[in-house]
Design a protein. Structure first.
Length: 354
């Protein structure tokens, strides 16, 4: 079995419900696990929401006590996307209500107020619910920071409860910075009818984006950029990556090529289910930069909740997968329909491949 350990790091209570995970690894190897703490209700429309963090100094084996980064009684601070600038070491956190940055591997945080270049169409990009950003390592746009994002065309109104509005007015996009977070620009908009997304860089410098879709066809949707994230070409549905009706946030990460003989390996995790319930958490592996998916291994019990997720590779070469789950999932107990705890699973890559 490839799972070395599985532990709840944010435990649901009667008043605290955890959602929207984001994992990054700081330059010194510290693992940072962010998420929302919804107060009093697990619903999206909750009246109060905090941004919380736990840190691990031993590659996800143990965790420091929870810290509240943003939290005000009666206010909402929704979780966006975290990213590490691999050049400066800065860690950025986009979150509704005020962005943050850290220059000491996540120990302390300060306000981050970049200049945001507004697009002419007025459709600003939001990283709420999307995967972590990355620093590009290959090609002519090396060192650019890129965040997966989404946007909504509200020029003639928008109702998120209407599936038709989701299918016609929601789009994927990307935010990027060429000056280490001083200014932020937006790419084109693409993949109409998609929501939260995740992205990776291929070894040839292309950026592969993979998004939740609202078409009820049980497919993820993909696009690729060949200019560092300025513009994306649509690939469309990816039938190999099955997903629940109306989709779900998913996670995707590159496994470092220097540890596997230079191969173009991408890991992807989501609830592999064609029903409404987000069960059957599955990790898939691609050896050709996300062109095809060659291996699928279940990482949860069949009836354990597997919601929004985030994935990184630690400095010890283990995969860390954080996802929303049932309160007692680490014990293999479903505990009814409750599903607002956060678990971190440590996976041994070599055993996963065997």
């Amino acid at each position: 079995m490839s799972i070395e350990s599985s532990q709840i790091i944010f435990q649901q209570t009667e008043q605290a419900f955890y959602h929207v995970p984001s994992l990054v690894v700081a330059p010194d190897g510290t693992v940072l696990a962010f998420c929302e703490e919804r107060r009093g209700s697990p619903q999206d429309g909750v009246d109060e929401c905090h941004i919380v963090l736990r840190r691990s100094f031993d590659h996800g084996k143990s965790w420091e006590p929870m810290e509240t980064l943003r939290g005000t009684e009666g206010q909402k601070w929704h979780m966006g996307s975290a990213a590490v600038d691999e050049v400066t070491g800065l860690i950025f956190l986009m979150c509704g209500g005020g962005w943050l940055q850290s220059s000491d591997n996540g120990k302390t945080w300060q306000d981050w107020k970049p200049q945001i270049m507004r697009p002419k169409d007025g459709m600003a990009g939001s990283t709420h619910g999307s995967g972590p950003g990355i620093t590009l390592k290959y090609g002519r746009h090396k060192d650019r920071i890129v965040w997966p994002a989404r946007t909504v065309d509200k020029r003639q109104g928008y109702d998120d409860r209407r599936i038709q509005d989701r299918q016609t007015k929601c789009f994927s996009t990307v935010l990027y910075s060429d000056d280490h977070g001083e200014t932020i620009q937006r790419s084109n908009v693409f993949l109409q009818g998609t929501g939260e997304a995740c992205l990776v860089e291929r070894l040839n410098g292309d950026i592969l984006l993979n998004a939740r879709a609202y078409y009820n066809d049980n497919c993820r949707y993909a696009a690729v950029s060949r200019d560092g994230g300025v513009s994306f070409e649509e690939i469309g549905p990816v039938p190999e990556l099955r997903e629940t009706l109306q989709g779900c946030n998913a996670s995707m990460v590159r496994y470092p090529p220097e540890w596997i003989g230079g191969r173009d390996c991408i890991l992807f995790a989501n609830p592999d289910s064609v029903q409404w319930k987000r069960f059957n958490g599955t990790l898939r592996v691609s050896w050709d930069g996300g062109g095809t998916w060659h291996l699928a291994k279940r990482v949860t019990h069949e009836d354990i909740w597997f919601g929004y997720s985030s994935m990184v590779v630690g400095h010890d070469q283990f995969i860390l997968l954080m996802h929303r789950t049932s309160p007692n999932a680490h014990l293999g107990i479903t505990n009814g329909t409750a599903s607002s705890s956060m678990v971190v699973v440590r996976l041994d890559f070599e055993k996963l491949m065997s």
